[in-house]
Design a protein around this ligand. Structure first.
Ligand SMILES: Cc1ncc(COP(=O)(O)O)c(C=O)c1O
Length: 389
């Protein structure tokens, strides 16, 4: 989709793209300066494979300050982005055939990373009507119904990509308690922690010692500090798991880039001062895009409480053929892949199909774009969907 959108732009087409998976803000200047200073100071050599002690200490301070979590630096690993950290986690903990519970819709890389580590992704469906939140009952029944196979890990992601759903702390606690009772590990992907618009953020590892001892918390600087290109993420958890991840990482990449680690250190030391204006801008855009989406009849879209995505369900338009000859020339769309291709060619709006997220009737629209583009794009979508019976 991105390649097609870029090709259309190169042809000079007036495309509006909602595909961005990263903040449209620049990395704050003091963070950039810290990277430049690191180069000038000669911090250009290998660092310890699991990251510099300074950065691991700063992660411990951040986890204490923001999440009420106590970790020592040897319980923390720095990787080349949260994606890399998650990959290393699955490599470290999974044996062939281990099941990993993944609520749908999910971030695209979880199942692939599980499979790369020899594991088996086991999906638990959540619906727009449930606000895309996994219910404790559904989690429990997945565990009960599969006791013959070893279910090793539960993946939690709040705020979520692609849905923007945020688990209220009490709800999250119930899920963590079920996983705890079942003897599972929990991996909590908190990469969008700072981009949250009302609810408090909760970290499962803070729900008592037993859950702490089986939880690996993953986070990073990509989304909170607009640093996606710097490639720095981190994990904190039981020392045994972090040690294993460190040994794997030392053979994969050695250390994450020394210069990017210096910049990430500055980002964490600065706390929330650069994040707050970004959050305010995203909140305004979220409200705008939601109110414009409500102008499309039959769309079901839970209000996202975090991240920078809306994830409308367009089932209403998948069974009915478009009235005009646009898109499929009057043939109903099979899924949101077809629909998103039609949106691109017929109204020059690029969105991400829900198929890759395990939600084939949904579309993901990122609001990491200007308010003007939100208005232009949604105006086109509203007109487009009037062409259906
Ligand atoms: C849910 C989720 N987890 C992890 C990542 C990876 O982040 P990073 O850029 O730090 O690798 C992303 C990036 O899109 C994401 O959406």
């Amino acid at each position: 989709m991105d390649a097609r959108a870029k090709a259309l732009k190169a042809e000079g087409k007036d495309l509006v793209s909602f595909t961005a998976g990263e903040p449209d803000f620049d990395t704050p200047d003091p963070i950039k300066e810290a990277g430049i200073a690191a180069i000038r100071k000669g911090q250009t050599k290998y660092t310890p494979a699991s990251g510099t002690v300074e950065l691991r200490k700063a992660v411990c301070e951040k986890l204490k300050r923001d999440n009420g979590l106590d970790y020592a630096p040897d319980q923390v690993i720095i990787g080349c982005g949260a994606k890399h950290v998650l990959y290393t986690f699955f490599q470290a903990v999974l044996d062939p055939g281990d099941r990993v519970l993944i609520p749908t819709p999910y971030w695209v890389s979880y199942p692939e990373q599980v499979k790369l580590a020899g594991g088996i992704p086991a999906f638990i469906e959540t619906t727009p009507q449930e606000g895309f939140l996994l219910s404790p009952e559904k989690l429990q029944s997945q565990i009960t119904n599969h006791n013959s196979q070893f279910t090793k890990v539960l993946v939690l992601n709040s705020p979520s990509n692609p849905t923007g759903a945020v688990y209220p702390p009490d709800h999250l606690r119930k899920l963590a308690e079920i996983a705890d009772k079942a003897g599972m590990l929990i991996v909590s992907d908190e990469i969008y922690e700072k981009l949250i618009y009302g609810l408090p953020h909760a970290s499962p590892a803070a729900f008592g010692l037993s859950i702490y001892n089986r939880t690996v918390t993953v986070n990073g600087v990509s989304k909170s500090y607009a640093m996606t290109g710097w490639r720095i993420g981190y994990a904190a958890g039981p020392k045994e798991i972090i040690d294993a991840m460190g040994r794997i990482q030392s053979h994969e990449t050695s250390n994450p880039t020394s210069i990017a680690q210096a910049a990430a250190l500055e980002a964490l030391r600065r706390g929330d001062q650069d994040v707050t204006p970004m959050v305010e801008a995203f909140r305004k855009r979220r409200d705008l895009i939601l109110s414009l989406l409500s102008g499309i009849r039959g769309v079901v879209c839970p209000k996202p409480e975090g991240a920078f995505y809306v994830f409308p369900d367009l089932s209403a338009y998948l069974s009915t053929p478009p009235l005009t000859k646009g898109g499929q020339g009057g043939v109903p769309f099979r899924n949101s892949d077809d629909l998103s291709l039609s949106l691109l060619s017929d109204c020059l709006v690029a969105v991400v199909s829900g198929v890759g997220f395990g939600a084939p009737t949904c579309l993901r629209l990122s609001y990491a774009v200007s308010e003007k583009d939100i208005e232009r794009g949604l105006d086109r979508l509203v007109k487009y969907f009037k062409n259906f019976a």
